[in-house]
Design a binder for this molecule. Structure first.
Ligand code: SF4
Length: 96
């Protein structure tokens, strides 16, 4: 599977995104490797799914399920860590 990022910097989140795609393919009987391409950086990175990656994804899925089925929303994290989050307006819109 091949993922192209327009960003001018590499980020761990992109790597994890591709690993999740590989995990989902594997869950559906397809073994694959990933290719993460950064055209602006002229870099290409191969991505593989390891045993610890699978364990991390399964733990993360459990954590997400716990949040989804919880009666309450998790608290906000400190604002400086939220600068690239697409939910920023939802979390901080009522701030004075
Ligand atoms: S803005 Fe995003 S990262 Fe920050 S608390 Fe809200 S959901 Fe979490």
């Amino acid at each position: 599977m091949h993922e192209i990022k327009k960003s001018d910097k590499k980020e761990e989140a992109y790597n994890r995104q591709v690993k999740y795609y590989l995990y989902m393919l594997e869950q559906n009987g397809i073994r694959a490797t990933g290719l993460l391409e950064y055209p602006k950086l002229r870099k290409t990175q191969e991505v593989f799914l390891s045993v610890p990656d699978r364990e991390f994804i399964e733990e993360t899925k459990k954590d997400i399920g716990n949040v989804i089925h919880s009666e309450t929303c998790p608290g906000r994290i400190p604002k400086p860590k939220c600068k690239n989050c697409s939910n920023f307006d939802f979390c901080y819109s009522n701030e004075v």
